[in-house]
Design a protein around this ligand. Structure first.
Ligand code: MRU
Length: 355
């Protein structure tokens, strides 16, 4: 089968959803807490509203929260008077800190804010325009990276393959097209992928509420499984690749992603199923040597006590709710980024692409 380049793929056919809309005045976020039954946007007019929306998962997914934070910085700048970028940065810094503290694990958030700080520090009297241009560039580059990664990742997949994905890594989690779901979109468009399975992704149900809905909007058939059905599915021979996104990829290839990813990687290795991580270079954190140094976000244990607002657990029960885990680089067959593919990642192979 020939490899289609990113420019040859019919992107629009399989990609209709956009989670973040900048109107020039407000930031409209597709409210992911309410999907799939309510499709509603939340309008943010200030940086603290954006920080709250990131914390509450109104907007979620590593690249999407970076993009939202960048627009949050633009909104925060509205309250500031300054003659040049350096003076504006000093005044904006508290708002940037609050945006950066909204969620700890996805490095894209810190990366986007660092980029906004650099742009602002170098700007002159036109610093407001510079800031808005930088936020738009972060969004545009993410979409382009996703499309390119789609082509690179799909090229690794043999025709007729089945794939299993986890969480939501699609247009909803990015500027568009998605990371792991971008590879699945490209693989479907090229006829390489014959079957798509998505895990529910307890407790927040990103797979059940978001991924299968997003794929349905784009006419891609996907089969939902309980997270606990994954090993059984792999044993059946119906999937050849597990394809996931990432929230932070360390210098040695260790990868933080949605809780449950690590056990999928272990099961995949046991069953001879390949394991692919798809993420833009904004998710790569060469300053963090290995996964032991990543802060894992803990969320409200209450997320485990019910489904859809109905309590399913007896009162007085304790719960532990880490929402990310770390997959060792040694369990990953390929990390696909827009800069290229790192096969069998380790500190040496990561350095080749990311210095
Ligand atoms: O808690 P979430 O929903 O923000 O977690 C999202 C994930 O773990 C995704 O897999 C990751 O951010 C990659 S999204 C392209």
């Amino acid at each position: 089968m020939t490899t289609q380049s990113a420019s040859e793929l019919d992107f629009d056919r399989y990609d209709h959803i956009r989670p973040i809309l900048w109107t020039g005045d407000t930031l409209e976020l597709l409210d992911q807490r309410k999907l799939p039954f309510v499709v509603e946007h939340v309008a943010c007019t200030g940086s603290d509203e954006v920080a709250q929306a990131i914390h509450d998962l109104t907007v979620r997914g590593a690249p999407a929260i970076g993009i939202a934070a960048a627009w949050g910085a633009v909104l925060g700048a509205r309250d500031i008077a300054a003659d040049d970028g350096a003076a504006a940065l000093a005044k904006l810094e508290p708002a940037l800190q609050r945006l950066g503290a909204a969620r700890p694990t996805a490095v894209n958030l810190a990366w986007a804010l660092a980029r906004m700080r650099r742009a602002l520090a170098a700007a002159g009297s036109d610093w407001r325009e510079v800031l808005a241009r930088e936020a738009q560039a972060i969004a545009d580059e993410d979409l382009a990276a996703n499309r390119h990664m789609g082509a690179l990742g799909a090229a690794l997949i043999d025709a007729g393959s089945g794939v299993l994905t986890h969480c939501n890594t699609g247009s909803l989690a990015t500027a568009g097209f998605g990371t792991a779901l971008g590879v699945i979109r490209a693989g479907m468009a090229q006829g390489r992928i014959a079957r798509v399975f998505a895990g529910e992704t307890r407790p927040w149900l990103q797979g059940a509420r978001l991924t299968v809905w997003e794929l349905q909007q784009d006419g891609i058939d996907a089969t939902l499984i309980a997270d606990s059905a994954a090993s059984h599915l792999m044993k059946s021979g119906l999937v050849q690749w597990v394809i996931v996104g990432a929230d932070r990829i360390c210098a040695n290839g260790d990868t933080a992603n949605k809780i449950g990813t690590y056990q999928l990687a272990i099961a995949a290795r046991y069953h001879g199923v390949k394991f692919m991580v798809v993420a833009p270079s904004s998710t790569v954190d060469m300053d963090t040597a290995d996964g032991a140094r990543i802060e894992i976000e803990q969320r409200d244990p209450g997320e485990l006590f019910g489904v859809g607002g109905t309590r399913t657990v007896a009162e007085g029960i304790q719960a532990w709710n880490p929402v990310f885990d770390v997959t060792p680089g040694g369990l990953i067959d390929a990390i696909v980024t827009e800069r290229g593919v790192v096969e069998h990642p380790d500190a040496t192979s990561m350095r080749v692409l990311f210095g």
